[in-house]
Design a protein around this ligand. Sequence first.
Ligand code: BG6
Ligand code: MG
Length: 209
Amino acid sequence: MKKAFIFDLDGVLVSTDRYHYAAWKSIADEEGIYFDETINNRLRGVSRRESLKIILERAPRTYGEEEEHALAEKKNERYRASLENLTPADRLAGVSETLEALRRTGALLAVGSSSKNARYILGKIGYGDYFDAVVDGNDIVNGKPDPEVFLKAAALLHLSPCDCYVVEDAKTGIDAAVRGGFCAVGIHDAACYDRADHAIKAFSDLLGL
Ligand code: BG6
Ligand code: MG
């Protein structure tokens, strides 16, 4: 087992997918842009502005910089409102016990998320002070598949990438991990991605790495 685990947040520790989808869907509907769950899958792991660009691929007209900014803000307001009711019960299956068990092995635990809401979400699910390092969308210039978010987390842990697992549910996150020299662990959607070094079916499978 390696010295540290760097976890993606959305889709790995907590499921926020349906909230992202509902907020983007309401914006797309208002703008008359086709948007469905398949397109939504492409937004996984991708920054808010990049997500909007993917949605606007189907727009009947072009949008200016200011308009794009306003749409991204509006989406975030709706998304934030839906996060208000998050509680520790929204941690995904096996997360609480597995993190505790990993900690008992002496492993360091960190979060590397594209989301600018990551610290808010961590607070809501009772993990405000839990992790040894948190790097999120506010701390980086280049989003996944650039490895910046994970490299910053490893630096905060004073570890080399080769000493860390990165646990991801998004292909773009696995790409980032591989590019950064980490050991990439795919779960959920990313479990069938052949670039991942390990694939796990359940979060608790991390204990068997
Ligand atoms: C990632 C999600 O964690 O965060 C993406 O998988 C999302 O779908 C991205 O677009 C940015 O999130 P936020 O909270 O900054 O809008
Ligand atoms: Mg994710």
